[in-house]
Design a protein around this ligand. Structure first.
Ligand code: SAH
Length: 397
């Protein structure tokens, strides 16, 4: 018997606009409920076919769409088709820019809800975030082996959001070799970066900031640069390439700072110009302000402050706080490069928070660049939620 999910009257509108989620409140009835993540047909209140999806009884997002085509079967061939479409969409970018690492599949935006695949050289790293992607994991890895027979497959499904889908956290080799502790990838045609796939953040590295790291170089010639929330020093490498006279990395993670040090040597940049400070950025910035230390360029790339909508107000205070102190220690004519990766924070709101921060710091500023996530993190038009990374370069007067 086919599993069927019937919507309340009028709740089909978002699906007709091709948004891939069905919230629990929209569901009138479920017939022949499948196991967690199993396939289900999604129907209007009067029984008309809308989509095929996966059922997730534990989650507020009760189902996610695999296909709007009634004839399409969700099997290994389906995943091979979607993954090769995603790979083809990125082919030109990879060729033109000399990358050995990129996001191959970006979940909902590539028509594969809950599935992230990052590729670092010959390692495919999966993040399985939905019950549906979990249910079809064998077919997904089968499709990957078919498309990338030379590659090893590693899983980094050790993320809290999985619990919302009734899934346990997990990581490890799915196929092939164990990734080395330090895998050197190439980005933007020449910069080498060491990535720890097993232990690093996300799948090992912040691929989404790739273009923005390169964008920093042009502001740095002869300047002092402070890289807050530096992780493995990505922004600092480009600051040095842009001939900064000094670069300070601040991060709470000693492991990340240790890799940052190695990245500088690996790229034949001058370690004598670089400091590594293991400290909380909030208290570091306050101390610098008190001491009267100033910088020409400050990068702020904090972790996500708002995990949910309810945390947004508190997150705004956090963003305002660091941006205010950062602005107050920037020399006149210098630059603040500031980011928010909280999806719940809209670009408009972020700009307002930064404007308020400068006002409180008593500084004037002008936005000279609007930045966002790299193009291998696309935003499918029916799914605007995929836009999460916002960056502003503000010239401080
Ligand atoms: N800019 C980096 C990515 C930054 S990710 C890149 O381009 O690769 C955010 C970083 O902030 C992580 O490395 C994390 O260890 C660090 N972090 C989180 N909270 C912090 C805090 N309160 N003070 C200092 N570092 C923090």
């Amino acid at each position: 018997m086919t599993a069927q999910l019937i919507l309340h009257e009028g709740r089909e509108k978002s699906l007709k606009r091709r948004h891939p989620w069905i919230f629990s409140k929209a569901v009138k009835e479920v017939r022949n409920a499948p196991q967690n993540g199993g396939d289900i047909e999604i129907l209007t209140s009067d029984g008309a076919f809308l989509a095929k999806g996966s059922y997730s009884p534990n989650s507020q997002i009760r189902a996610r769409v695999w296909s709007f085509d009634r004839e399409e079967t969700v099997d290994q061939a389906f995943f091979a088709r979607r993954i090769s479409e995603a790979a083809a969409a990125r082919e030109l970018m990879l060729k033109e820019t000399g990358m050995s690492a990129s996001r191959l599949v970006d979940a909902e935006s590539d028509g594969l809800p809950g599935l992230i695949i990052d590729r670092y050289n010959n390692f495919l790293v999966l993040e399985v975030l939905s019950a549906g992607a979990e249910y079809h994991l064998r077919e997904i890895t089968g499709a990957l082996r078919e498309l990338f027979p030379e590659d090893s497959i590693y899983e980094r499904s050790d993320v809290e959001v999985r619990t919302k889908e009734g899934l346990e956290l997990r990581k490890g080799v799915i196929y092939g070799e164990l990734p080395p502790e330090e895998l050197a990838i190439t980005e933007n045609g020449g910069m080498k970066i060491l990535v720890n796939i097993q232990e690093g953040h996300k799948t090992g590295y912040y691929l989404d900031q790739r273009d923005n790291r390169a964008a920093l170089a042009k502001y740095c010639k002869g300047k002092s640069v402070l890289n807050c929330f530096s992780y493995t020093g990505g922004f600092s490498l480009y600051a040095l390439k842009g001939r900064a006279v000094s670069v300070a990395n601040v991060d709470v993670s000693q492991k990340a700072l240790d890799i940052a040090k190695k990245n500088i040597v690996l790229n034949h940049l001058d370690p004598g110009r670089v400091k590594f400070i293991r400290e909380d950025v909030f208290s570091f910035l306050r101390k610098e302000k008190k001491l009267g230390h100033t910088y020409d360029v400050v990068v702020l790339d904090p972790p996500k402050f708002a995990e949910s909508k309810s945390q947004l107000e508190k997150a705004c205070r956090g963003y305002k706080d660091i941006n205010m102190i950062a602005a107050s220690i920037i020399n006149p004519g210098g630059y603040l490069m500031t980011y928010s990766c909280s999806g719940h924070m809209t670009p408009d709101l972020f700009q307002k928070v930064v404007a308020d921060a400068l006002l409180d710091a008593g500084r004037d500023g002008q936005i000279v660049e609007f930045l966002t996530q790299a193009s291998d993190h696309p935003v499918a038009l029916p799914y605007p939620e995929a836009l999460y990374l916002k960056g502003l370069v503000v010239r401080i007067k």
